[in-house]
Write a protein that binds this ligand. Structure first.
Ligand code: GTP
Ligand code: MG
Length: 381
């Protein structure tokens, strides 16, 4: 492990020394690819034949979605878990109070959301320091993470934590890169771009590919991709994760400081704007300020779809919706959630709500459902 970490550091140092310009672009691309490979080895030693991204905490997934609390020690993660879920996790003024993963449940708008309290992470976590690797491995299993920051030093902490998560293959509030990468048996490296691209040239692309021993491939960019984007696609196994920045302990700062916080650039890539127009949120876990706002934000970021079932001749059951994710929300997904063999009896479905053109609309199993639709399944006789 030590030698692997040394190699990582050597490459990081070399990258820091190398000036960024056209002449060095391909060399930097090569170094980035080497770094990505070393980081992967760190997570899953090659001798063990891979298999996932390191060991997380052994907590069973439950409910409709999983949300993780990630942050430096003593920022108030456990206090948040306690207040939001009523589950007990020890709170204390010293660092590293929490040493394992403690799950709690939030019931919100009919959905059960599992909230995970996690030990504090420190700089260097991704390279094996502290319990950071376990924490970040668990974070990878979440549907959304809350990066909890202390109102006194939010910005430096934010950058450090992002670096740790990035180093572990987690991409925050980002869509997968819009580029295709297809390996072939022959024909060399074919590189085309449908947009003006300012970061990658053929030489850099070839350097990166050669690091992965790929000599024949078709690569098409549909946006201004960077070397990191290309490496992410070649590496695979990246997790694209919605993330909310929770600035806690605002009761500890002055109104003037609060105003400065409010003027921070609200970083949010354009492609993500619809989902989350404001990824920052301020609160005081201790005084329970704005915890409702936090729940609302979590709900928005999880982007869950509530479906109300309507048995024939009866009113819809508004109390207990079936919760689907935004990616798996067809009528077939809905049927599967009721019973795994249910789809065999499926004839058609009647749908009321925003996905329906009529009231009701008769649809097949591929129909995409929207939040708060009402569905009645008509079975074969
Ligand atoms: N003033 C103030 N103190 C808070 C707030 N939230 C938490 N604290 C205090 O901050 C300290 C640390 O809180 P914890 O919830 O244990 O922090 P943690 O992030 O879980 O810490 P680790 O488990 O060590 O990583 C405790 O003394 C809390 O009472 C807040 O909103 N305002
Ligand atoms: Mg804690």
């Amino acid at each position: 492990m030590a030698t692997l970490m040394q190699k990582i550091k050597d490459i990081e140092d070399e990258m820091a020394r190398t000036q960024k310009n056209k002449a060095t672009a391909h060399h930097l691309g090569l170094l980035k690819a080497k770094l990505a490979k070393l980081r992967r080895d760190l997570l899953e030693p090659p001798s063990k034949g891979g298999g996932g991204a390191g060991e997380g905490f052994d907590v069973t997934k439950s409910g409709d979605a999983r949300v993780g609390l990630v942050g430096f020690p003593s920022v108030g993660k456990s206090t948040l878990l306690n207040k939001l879920t009523g589950t007990f996790s020890e709170v204390a003024s010293y660092e590293f109070t929490t040493l394992t993963c403690i799950p709690g449940v939030i019931v919100y708008r009919g959905a059960k959301i599992q909230l995970l309290d996690l030990p504090g992470i420190i700089e260097g976590a991704k390279d094996g320091k502290g319990r950071g690797r376990q924490v970040i491995s668990t974070a990878r299993t979440c549907n959304c993470i809350l990066i909890v920051l202390d109102a006194i030093k939010p910005i430096t902490h934010k950058r450090l934590i992002e670096k740790e998560l990035e180093g572990f293959g987690i991409r925050l509030n980002k869509e997968p890169p819009n580029l295709t990468f297809r390996k072939k048996d022959k024909g060399g490296i074919n590189f085309t771009s449908t947009v003006t691209n300012t970061h990658l040239d053929l030489e850099t692309v070839k350097a990166i590919c050669s690091e992965y021993r790929i000599h024949n491939a078709d690569i098409t960019l549909r946006f201004d991709a960077t070397a990191d984007d290309l490496i992410d696609v070649i590496e695979g196994s990246r997790i694209y994760m919605p993330c909310i920045y929770v600035v806690n302990k605002i009761d500890q700062i002055t109104l003037e400081e609060l105003e400065i916080l409010d003027k921070l650039p609200h970083y949010c890539p354009v492609s993500f704007v619809n989902l989350c127009n404001f990824p920052w949120l301020i609160c005081s876990a201790h005084l329970e300020w704005n915890l409702d706002g936090l729940l609302e934000k979590i709900w928005e970021y999880l982007n869950l779809t509530r479906i109300y079932t309507k048995p024939k001749g009866m009113n819809p059951d508004y109390e207990d919706p079936v919760i689907l994710s935004s990616k798996t929300r067809t009528v077939e997904d809905f049927c599967e959630r009721i019973h795994k063999d249910f789809i065999k009896q499926f004839k058609y479905a009647l749908v009321w709500g925003s996905s329906a053109k009529h009231k009701p609309q008769r649809v097949g199993k591929e129909h995409l459902l929207e939040d708060e639709d009402v569905v009645q399944i008509i079975k074969k006789v």
